[in-house]
Design a protein around this ligand. Structure first.
Ligand code: SF4
Length: 255
């Protein structure tokens, strides 16, 4: 399998064209993946191939590892632009997520006050009050909305909770009153394609309703566990981006 699994709880820093120098925080174990989605395109692989029984790193372990790395970077005159919660699964599913965000804010203020804190989440817990309050505190609350079509979501994002309902997720996103960035994967292949008008038009309606501070559209960039998937084209992504911008909402496209 050519998908990747990340060290835990800290990995990097890695240079990213868009984010700059990013230090990764992975709240999942280092030897597997734990996610409430099982996306066909997940760079960590399918859930069934990445099962782990290892515990999550504790709040204290995360804080200690993060501070150690921030001190090292500080001593090396390396200044992270962003501390990014991502890695082997859904960060907000960690039982101590809120406390970890509080610790991260404190450590950021102490060692790298200019760095932003970003959370990449699939939004499945965005209706939980403690998660909402934590996400309100971070600089970049980046929530996934690949489409509003439930059949496509069941086929591509594959939520593990039968109760998942995209209408609720859209309401949760709107609840943030603009303190939210929507991230959408456009792609095709293996019987999937969310670049057509029947997908893009209702998705745009949802974006307009949510009124996020920004939208990020992107496509497959790395190896995917489903090897029949294909990239959306530059032209398709650019056209979608321009339609978001026409709504008065900033939007970037990454290819
Ligand atoms: S939400 Fe993210 S981590 Fe979870 S399966 Fe999808 S791509 Fe992978």
């Amino acid at each position: 399998m050519s998908t990747v699994i990340y060290p835990s709880p800290i990995y990097g820093p890695v240079h990213s064209r868009r984010l700059g120098l990013s230090l990764g925080v992975n709240l999942m174990p280092a030897d597997g993946k734990i996610c409430t989605f099982d996306c066909l395109y997940c760079e960590c692989g399918f859930n069934k191939d990445r099962r782990t029984h290892s515990p999550h790193p504790t709040r204290q372990q995360v804080a200690e590892a993060l501070e150690k790395q921030l001190i090292k970077m500080h001593d090396d005159q390396q200044h992270p632009d962003v501390l990014t919660f991502a890695g082997n699964g859904e960060p907000t599913s960690h039982p101590e997520f809120s406390g970890i965000i509080d610790d991260t804010i404190q450590l950021r203020d102490k060692w790298c006050p200019k760095a932003k804190i970003s959370v990449l989440s699939n939004a499945t817990f965005s209706g939980h009050d403690d998660i909402r309050q934590a996400l309100l505190k971070v600089d970049n609350n980046i929530l996934k909305l690949d489409t509003v079509n439930m059949d496509y979501i069941r086929k591509v994002d594959r939520p593990t909770q039968p109760s998942y309902n995209v209408k609720d997720i859209i309401e949760n996103m709107r609840w943030f009153k603009g303190h939210v960035i929507i991230q959408t994967m456009f792609m095709k292949g293996d019987g999937t394609d969310n670049t057509g008008e029947e997908y893009v038009a209702p998705w745009l309606e949802a974006v307009k309703y949510i009124q996020p501070q920004e939208v990020m559209v992107y496509t497959i960039d790395r190896e995917t566990p489903d090897q029949k998937l294909r990239k959306a084209s530059h032209e398709e992504l650019d056209a979608i981006r321009d339609r978001v911008i026409a709504l008065g909402i900033p939007c970037t496209a990454s290819y």
